[in-house]
Design a protein around this ligand. Structure first.
Ligand code: PRP
Ligand code: MG
Length: 179
């Protein structure tokens, strides 16, 4: 039986502030943020706004098929980055679970000869083999992020997700259209 943890938007903002404060304390200001698609996009946008910067790049990588079910390795599907040479890079994702995604992404980025790479995730699992340079909190449960809840509830209808009936109704309509 999977245990879920559902942070609210307010919780998310608190983790963002906590991490940003640590960066400020360390006088760390990145030249570029690399957001890990798809879960890292919204945290990356929130960090970019706090840092007052617009320079966000993306790496499209997928590891999980379902709650706690991965492919054998994370698959990098596209790398939307340029101009990282000699730059300070902040990699942003929502969570580091096994740590494999962060590891794969930092390996790819290092090929672009940055000056340094730091990593930030809102949450980290206690068993992760890649502890990010910055994280908000350690959580041992499966995290249902506000931006990920429809993805979770589609294959886990019992998951504690508000308004799921509305989601299922529309999902059915669009599934038929999609064919
Ligand atoms: C999830 C999550 C992280 C990664 C963490 O992404 O958003 O990117 O898994 O897991 P790991 O530390 O075990 O590698 P997922 O592959 O589900 O893709 P998504 O962000 O598009 O949902
Ligand atoms: Mg992800």
């Amino acid at each position: 039986m999977v245990e879920f943890f559902s942070p609210t938007w307010d919780d998310i903002e608190e983790q963002i502030f906590r991490i940003a404060r640590k960066m400020a304390t360390e006088s760390f200001y990145p030249d570029v943020i690399v957001a890990i698609l798809t879960g890292g996009v919204i945290p990356a946008k929130l960090f970019a706004d706090i840092l007052n910067m617009k320079n966000i790049k993306y790496i499209d990588i997928k590891f999980y098929r379902d709650v706690n079910q991965t492919d054998s390795k994370p698959v990098i599907r596209a790398v939307y980055v340029n101009d990282l040479e000699n730059k300070k890079v902040l990699v942003v994702d929502d969570v580091s679970d096994t740590g494999e995604t962060l590891e794969a992404v930092t390996n790819v980025i290092s090929m672009f000869s940055p000056r340094l790479i730091r990593t930030a995730t809102l949450y980290v699992k206690p068993w992760s083999r890649k502890i990010p340079d910055y994280f908000g909190e350690q959580v041992g449960k499966w995290i249902i992020f506000p931006w990920d809840k429809w993805d979770v509830v589609r294959s886990n209808p019992e998951a504690p997700v508000a308004k799921k009936e509305k989601y299922f109704e529309l999902h059915e309509i669009f599934s038929k259209m999609k064919g």
